[in-house]
Design a protein around this ligand. Sequence first.
Ligand code: PLP
Length: 416
Amino acid sequence: MPDWLALYYDDPIEISHGEGRYVWDSAGRRYLDFFGGILTTLTGHALPEVTKAVGEQAGRIIHSSTLYLNRPMVELAERIAQLSGIPDPRVFFTTSGTEANDTALLLATTYRRSNTVLAMRNSYHGRSFSAIGITGNRAWSPTSLSPLQTHYVHGGVRTRGPFAHLDDRAFVEACVADLKDVLGHTRPPAALIAEPVQGVGGFTSPPDGLYAAFREVLRDHGILWIADEVQTGWGRTGDHFWGWQAHDRSGPPDIVTFAKGIGNGMSVGGVIARAEIMNCLDAQSISTFGGTQVTMAAGLANLTYLLEHDLQGNARRVGGLLIERLRAVAAQLPGVREVRGRGLMIGVELVRPGTDEADPRALAAVLEAAREGGLLIGKGGGHSTTALRITPPLSLTVAEAEEGAAILEHALRSTY
Ligand code: PLP
């Protein structure tokens, strides 16, 4: 039985402070943070620009409620709306990714007057009742009860499952056929929700263009596409600012949800949708803590730094080097099945050597050995897989990437 509220490591680490890409524990030990908090530290720990903005804002006012306009919220909403690519966009701020997805599901089901939704196998969308209810990854979904009728489709995992042997084009065709088949025997769904790259599922993604192909089918049926960008947004994947842009042949999604890195650790989440979708609710709604001045000030300073320093480009360059370096190590270790990902969203899938089976023990051992070496990494998986998840702040330097890769190589070699 997994521990639902598990802490990492046999002897949990107590973090006391951080700077840049490093954190320190309460005993004064330094770690290179290859998990970026939990993809929450986008530009770096204790980034002076963000800390200053938060301090100055806190000195003026922390929160005046969302009943009143506040300038940092309006400014951040305008900037995110502009970056979204969604026509006539509106932004609603929440305090987490879960709440963002819940809101997106509320909007879609209300707009389309259907409580049926489509989700991807192996997906994760958060821990509220409806977000857990639609989550396809069993390891993260402790209940099978859901307020929504959910049907799951293939495509989120490229290298496993019944279509894994197909080339990219045939894979996409098979997934589209599966989607059409599902639509043939369900009530008309309101939306398909999908992570462009599956996060806790182990950083698995379909071939570029899958969601564009899905989109054509969805449009024919009047079904909305919700892109869950909680992990993939803000340039994390290097090639694109939003993960959905790898599939943008047919334009932006109807609804985008975001959270994690935008506040650089402050609780900022939200939903972006066309005005006609956002305004379909006929009851009042506020998020008491969504859009507070102090979190919005953090988001604004963080986004400004990210764009001015082209951290998306840095993620592409440094992430590319890191992937190459890790693939060279993987080629020598039979327990490393695959190094995948793009930018600074890198998955390292571990298997029992000589088999294609998940290896939770090796995963735990690598994590402990990396910690010993002064490196923090994430873990994940699903679909009977185990994977390391590497998502440092997007400001990672080449020297730091090299340092982390060397520690990880040592941890892998000492495990296998
Ligand atoms: N959606 C995705 C893709 C996530 O990875 C997560 C969290 O890991 C969530 C939603 C939920 O976000 P939060 O933990 O901020 O509620």
